[in-house]
Write a protein that binds this ligand. Structure first.
Ligand SMILES: [Zn+2]
Ligand SMILES: [Zn+2]
Length: 347
């Protein structure tokens, strides 16, 4: 799961710039000193998760060195990408913003968004469900929504924890766009009742339960601030450092065992294979911002793909040969000069 992010890959979404503008990831030097990174890291070391602990310890302190075919050098800051990392899991971190923006791309064109929260009894959460079971339950939350509301597609996000200190509390956030038949985002009481019923039936069958009723909450967003809040809330880091520290050791180990699990899955028209076509239909007049070549790991000067060379600490970058392009990328002086010239030519 370790990746080096390419900042501002995020499109500047056209709906409402004040609410969707995501700032450049902040330069980590300076902030890293303020963060107390030692606590969960220490637990990881002591519990034998040495690799995770090391990734956490070196998060944002190292860079990957890449070169183009003509030998231009590029250095990309490395993040660990873990929610329990004080840097990556911070609210408004690069990772948080990226998740929110990516999710937003699925819905941004729609006037009204609906959101169903499917919960489960505490004793089911405490079973420490495997990845396979969580996936299945995501499917079922989608099915319960789709059967009653007849929507075209949805994103289903798993939240493993509720409020801090209360242990595992698995629930599913289903977010979908509303078209036509819904009146300003409201759904009728009988429909919500029917959704609860279907969820109970599916849950009982899947988990061997005998629930008479289930708790499903509904809300919607029809204004930009509300939509932004909803996206940001649903995709916020859940298993943060503080949340992890508040868990007992077995639950900590359980969360770590889910590594590689996709918290959000897309269904129906929003599934990856259908999304492009679907958006073209609804979102034709809007365009995503074009991603700069450097962020696609292409040399902006030679237009050839970059190749990975090695990884080093930031202070090992040969600073005399490169220019810092933004908080996370350093590039060859020649390429920087080329880009400046190009920009001058444009204006
Ligand atoms: Zn990190
Ligand atoms: Zn080049």
């Amino acid at each position: 799961m370790e990746t080096t992010p390419t900042p501002s890959v995020l499109p500047v979404l056209p709906l409402c710039s004040t609410h969707y503008q995501v700032s450049e990831p902040q330069g980590i030097p300076g902030t890293s000193e303020k963060l107390d990174k030692n606590r969960f890291e220490d637990w990881l070391f002591s519990a034998g998760y040495t690799e995770d602990a090391e990734k956490l310890a070196s998060c944002s302190l190292r860079v990957e060195h890449w070169t183009c075919d003509k030998g231009h050098d590029f250095y990309f800051r490395k993040y660990c990408g873990r929610e329990y990392c004080p840097i990556c899991g911070a609210k408004d971190s690069y990772y948080h913003n990226r998740r929110v923006m990516r999710a937003g791309e699925h819905f941004i064109w729609a006037v009204t968004w609906g959101n169903l929260t499917f919960t489960m009894p505490k004793e089911v959460s405490e079973r420490r469900l495997e990845k396979r079971q969580l996936r299945k339950l995501q499917d079922l939350a989608w099915q319960a929504t789709q059967r009653i509301l007849k929507i075209e597609g949805a994103g289903v996000t798993v939240h493993l924890l509720g409020r801090e200190g209360q242990g595992l509390h698995v629930h599913f956030e289903v977010l979908f766009h509303m078209i036509g038949c819904f009146n300003k985002g409201l759904i009728s009481k009988p429909k919500l009742k029917a959704i609860k019923k279907v969820w109970a039936v599916l849950l009982n069958r899947e988990m061997g339960l005998d629930l008479k009723k289930t708790d499903v909450k509904y809300s919607f967003a029809a204004t930009h601030p509300k939509k932004w809040h909803k996206l940001s809330y649903i995709h916020r880091p859940i298993c943060t450092e503080d949340a992890m520290l508040a868990l007992d050791d077995e639950d900590k180990k359980y969360i770590l065992s889910l590594k590689g699990y996709h918290r959000t899955r897309w269904f129906g028209a929003l599934a990856n294979s259908n999304l492009h076509e679907f958006l073209r239909k609804h979102w034709a007049p809007m365009k995503l911002r074009e991603t700069p070549l450097i962020e696609k790991r292409v040399c902006p000067m030679c237009k050839t793909k970059l190749h990975y060379q090695d990884t080093m600490f930031i202070d090992e970058i040969p600073k005399s040969q490169v220019v810092q392009y933004n908080s996370d990328i350093w590039m060859d002086r020649a390429v920087d000069a080329f880009l400046r010239q190009e920009k001058q030519g444009e204006t």
